[in-house]
Design a protein around this ligand. Structure first.
Ligand code: HEC
Ligand code: HEC
Length: 269
């Protein structure tokens, strides 16, 4: 028995030799041959090829990350962003909001398909306005109204709209049963239930309140995230979700959220 793991045992020697040779061959193939076999390896040397194969981050030739072809959001949100608006800020916001009423409604509820702003989380309005102003989010109709806002204007408008009550929407939709994608998300595709971020279960900073929003608007946003035409979501949170949703799921989710009464009505039922 003791002889089994001994170099005097020819079978043991053979087995160890085979394992060692196998290890060396696979290291050479995996770390050197295969990396060089790629279409455009661009390695600066052997060690670079090995590091690349091992998955270590490599600097680009210029030493910097390649620039993105579009602007991304530079807004910084924390759970306390806009948490304590004061009355003065809300009052100033009300005056500023007069120029927004033509599209977003005098009570913050849109009569057309512009998003409702009444009762939206202040942090969302704040972030979206920063993004429209910086160009991280663009829309031919909305962008001109954000371009000239000062930082204080943005804070005040966010405080005002968040303070307004969530009223019933102007575009009543048939109540439809909860679609699977909204209740469960799609665990196999890495989609959490929508409410885990959007408020009904939990609210992740920056995720808008969706109930009562126009279905046309929400469908358009989901399609824009899926195509990356809208790309202001931090860490691609929403793009990653929308890309893996089917057109039917997008349609069902948009219709479902549009058909939901705003919270204030729910509380009275
Ligand atoms: C001429 C119409 C119009 C006016 C005026 C207007 N908006 Fe908008 N707004 C829109 C449209 C349309 C969108 C949706 C843009 C899109 O589809 O990406 C929008 C989007 C927004 C959003 C993003 C909401 C969300 O849920 O993502 C905010 C916040 C906003 N507007 C605030 C304002 C404020 C504040 C003003 C006034 C200073 C204003 N808007 C004036 C049409 C308008
Ligand atoms: C991991 C968190 C997360 C989950 C899960 C999630 N979302 Fe989002 N969603 C966000 C964030 C954050 C934004 C805001 C992006 C931004 O503009 O910064 C957003 C934006 C949106 C918007 C645009 C709303 C507006 O007014 O601008 C829609 C519509 C939307 N999500 C629908 C959905 C649906 C439907 C689901 C479920 C299938 C879902 N989301 C799941 C985080 C999430």
């Amino acid at each position: 028995m003791n002889e089994l793991f001994s170099f005097r045992n020819p079978y043991f020697v053979a087995a160890v030799s085979v394992a060692v040779v196998y290890f060396i061959v696979s290291a050479v193939v995996g770390l050197i041959v295969l990396p060089y076999a790629q279409a455009q390896p661009n390695f600066t040397g052997l060690w670079d090829a090995i590091c690349s194969a091992a998955g270590l981050p490599r600097p680009t030739p210029s030493g910097e990350a390649p620039p993105l072809p579009f602007k991304v959001s530079n807004a910084v949100l924390t759970s306390t962003t806009m948490a304590h608006p004061n009355q003065q800020s809300i009052g100033r916001g009300a005056t500023l909001a007069q120029r927004c009423a033509i599209c977003h409604g005098p009570t913050g509820i849109s009569r057309a398909d512009s998003p409702n702003l009444a009762g939206q989380y202040a942090s969302v309005i704040y972030k979206e306005l920063l993004d429209f102003r910086s160009g991280a989010r663009t829309n031919a109709v909305m962008t001109p109204f954000a371009k000239n806002l000062s930082d204080q204007d943005i804070v005040d408008l966010a405080a005002y709209y968040a303070y307004l009550p969530r009223l019933p929407a102007y575009h009543p939709e048939m109540r439809i049963p909860l679609p699977r994608i909204v209740i469960y998300g799609a665990p196999l595709r890495g989609i959490a239930p929508c409410g885990a971020c959007h408020g009904s279960l939990d609210n992740k900073a920056g995720a808008p309140w969706l109930e009562g929003q126009s279905a046309v608007y929400m469908r358009a946003q989901l399609e824009a995230f899926a195509s990356s035409e809208r790309h202001n979501d931090i860490n691609e949170q929403m793009r990653n979700i929308a890309r893996t949703m089917t057109p039917e799921e997008i349609d069902q989710a948009a219709k479902y959220y549009a058909s939901q009464p705003p919270e204030i009505v729910k509380a009275m039922q």
